[in-house]
Design a binder for this molecule. Structure first.
Ligand code: ADP
Ligand code: MG
Length: 269
């Protein structure tokens, strides 16, 4: 049973009411705007990034001097042909991997060269990651999947001491993504769109400031993909989250504030 007063609204089959319900939940923290949101200064930036992969003695250059900056609260789409390095770039931005040369900066502080543990902490607190194939844990319910990053970042004792609070937040986030009625379902009992909604709620549980999404609609039909994009847009507009989304779908990319195109390892001007 949900603890949310308006939870039945998310069951309403009319999409405009479901969206209105989500906005109602999101509107709670609207007064909580930070001053940087207004200033347009860079939130996340790539400075002359280089990255090659190595196959034996052969280096395969992928990124060859990528420069771009994402402003606070901006929704940016990264596009480029398959193999152009979009995922590589997103991984570098999210400190999942390190560049060979160049810098990744968050709020104008260099983050790519931090010690591994500091990068882990930073990733857990600042970034929410969303992938094409969801990466949900199959034996866990939607609710447990959303809670998993919290369990990992807090450790057992701290997590259990605030379990009720965390569960209430996870349920709220599942309501936000329109999945209040599927909290106890396991991934195999969810549709692709529902799995991606779960993954979005999971990305939000640690309170990130930046959402990094790698082809979040890539495995979904057009209508479902559009629903996922609408959720990401709402999070961007209502919660002022900075969003960087990789996509090969121009119809999806065109709905971003800005499109950055990767060609031959660089950002096309
Ligand atoms: P995109 O996401 O744009 O399709 P990727 O960033 O996944 O591109 O990959 C860019 C290029 O780097 C591709 O040619 C790919 O084969 C290669 N590549 C990606 N990851 C690795 C890896 N771990 N080892 C070797 N080559 C890789
Ligand atoms: Mg990719």
């Amino acid at each position: 049973m949900s603890t949310f007063p308006h939870s039945n609204a998310s069951l309403d089959p009319r999409p405009e009411l479901r969206a209105a319900h989500r906005l109602q939940i999101l509107a709670r923290d609207e007064h909580d705007e930070t001053p940087e949101l207004e200033s347009g200064k860079p939130h996340l930036s790539a400075v002359d990034l280089f990255k090659s992969y190595h196959k034996g003695s052969i280096a395969i250059p992928v990124l060859r001097g990528v420069d771009f900056a994402v402003r606070q609260g901006e929704f940016t789409a990264i596009v480029g042909s398959s193999g152009s390095g979009k995922s590589t770039l997103l991984h570098l931005l999210g400190t999942l991997d390190q560049p060979d040369r160049g810098e990744v900066r968050l709020n104008d502080e260099r983050i790519d060269n931090l010690p591994a543990r500091r990068r882990d902490t930073l990733r857990n607190t600042q970034f929410g990651l969303i992938f094409q194939f969801y990466h949900l844990l199959p034996e866990m319910s939607a609710l447990e999947n959303v809670l998993a990053p919290r369990m990992i970042s807090d450790g057992v004792l701290k997590y259990w001491s605030r379990k009720r609070e965390h569960e209430a937040e996870a349920k709220r986030l599942l309501e936000v993504v329109g999945l209040g009625h599927r909290m106890r379902h396991k991934p195999r009992e969810l549709s692709g769109g529902e799995m991606q909604r779960t993954a979005i709620a999971r990305a939000l549980i640690t309170g990130p400031k930046v959402l990094l999404a790698d082809e979040p609609t890539g495995n979904l039909d057009r209508a479902t993909g559009q629903e996922i994009l609408t959720i990401l847009r709402e999070l961007n507009e209502r919660e002022k989250l900075t969003v960087v989304m990789v996509t090969h779908d121009l119809g999806i990319a065109e709905q971003a504030d800005r499109i950055v195109r990767l060609t031959e390892g660089r950002v096309e001007c």
